[in-house]
Design a protein around this ligand. Structure first.
Ligand code: F6P
Length: 357
């Protein structure tokens, strides 16, 4: 029995731990694993792949990135923007299928986010033996309580805030840290709370910069002369606009720049020296945390179990401390956003964090 695995979409700490889990579990069954390179692109004839044996995965559990490469562009991109979905053209699917048939792949494990799993769902509906593994640092898939990579990204935010704290304190400044998360505020909320941010601005909670400025001035008057602000890249400015870098990249819009915009406006409103910092891809790079290593490895092992059971069209899912699975069609297009009245948001407010509302 031969199975295939590919990573698709943006990279994420823990991808290699999934590969480690898949190759280890498949080897126990006497199966061979084919790793396709650069996402679905590796399926296009003549095929770009290698056979992954357990000795090829020694030590990769701890490695960031992915040994297989990945892409969020190319012939198979299924998502164009918020809510927009495109079908992969039939001639591309047919070409990829030829590679699957030639190699005798009996199950294809797709490790990807919402866009890649949407492609996986299309292929499953066309008869492919697909098993999905959710992946995103944004933690915004509703069908799983947590995705691997999220915890690693949060740790990077916490480390960034710890560093910004000392320079903010030394200069009595306001420091604004822009973090990833696309249209969800999970990284900002978790990273902000754990990193001791005083203000957290989320896509899910409309904010007023006047209220944030009043909060900062009040802190100043109380003798707290520095303030840490975390802003999610996907938060909307009070006029309702997203801040984007380049809307014309052929894929999803590239968010970014809100940190600078918020910092400039807060400096005007508070007359306090304010600086902006963008963490960017530092949140995606580097070694996964121990939690992500274990979660990702378990996801890989579960993916092989699903393949062994012939449970195709399902996606591995983490619920209530257990790794299980759900139908992919229930998992895609269901973003999990921060609920403004959730216990976590109320807890943040209870300890005095300003959310700008
Ligand atoms: O979805 C993961 C993510 O890191 C988002 O948080 C971010 O907006 C986006 O990908 C960045 O994508 P790219 O690497 O293509 O710039």
């Amino acid at each position: 029995m031969r199975i295939g695995i590919l990573n698709s979409g943006g990279d994420c700490p823990g991808l290699n731990a999934v590969i480690h889990g898949v190759v280890g579990a498949a080897d126990q069954l006497g199966w061979e694993v084919i790793g396709f390179r650069d996402g679905f692109e590796g399926l296009l004839p003549p095929g770009d792949y290698s056979i992954l044996k357990p000795q090829d995965t020694i030590g990769i559990l701890k490695l960031g990135g992915t040994i297989l490469g990945t892409t969020n562009k190319g012939h198979f991109a299924a998502k164009l923007g918020l809510g927009e979905v495109a079908e992969v053209p039939p001639e591309i699917v047919a070409k990829a299928k030829r590679t699957m048939d030639r190699l005798g792949i009996r199950a294809l494990i797709i490790v990807g986010g919402d866009g890649s799993l949407t492609t996986g769902l299309q292929l499953f509906r066309e008869g492919w033996p697909i098993v999905g593994v959710p992946k995103t640092i944004d933690n915004d898939l509703s069908a799983t309580a947590m995705t691997f990579g999220f915890n690693s990204a949060v740790e990077t935010v916490v480390d960034g805030l710890d560093r910004l704290q000392t320079t903010a304190d030394s200069h009595k400044r306001v420091m604004v840290l822009e973090v990833m998360g696309r249209h969800s505020g999970w990284i900002a909320l978790w990273g902000g709370i754990a990193g001791g941010a005083n203000v957290i601005l989320l896509p899910e909670i409309p904010f007023s910069l006047e209220k944030v400025a009043a909060f900062i001035k009040h802190r100043d008057a109380q003798g707290h002369h520095s303030t840490l602000v975390v802003v999610a890249e996907g938060a909307s400015m009070p006029d309702g606009d997203l801040v984007t870098r380049d809307a014309n990249t052929g894929g999803e819009i590239r968010l970014g720049g809100i940190g600078e915009t918020v910092a400039n406006q807060l400096q005007l409103l508070t007359a306090k020296e304010t600086r902006a910092c963008t963490l960017g891809h530092l949140q995606r790079g580097g070694a996964p945390t121990s939690l992500d290593r274990i979660l990702a490895m378990r996801f890989g092992v579960m993916a092989v179990k699903l393949a062994a059971e012939g449970a195709f069209g399902r996606m591995v899912s983490y619920q209530a401390y257990h790794v299980d699975s759900v139908p992919i069609e229930e998992a895609v297009h269901q973003l999990r956003l921060v609920e403004p009245d959730s216990e976590l948001v109320l807890a943040a407010k209870a300890v005095g964090i300003c959310l700008g509302d």
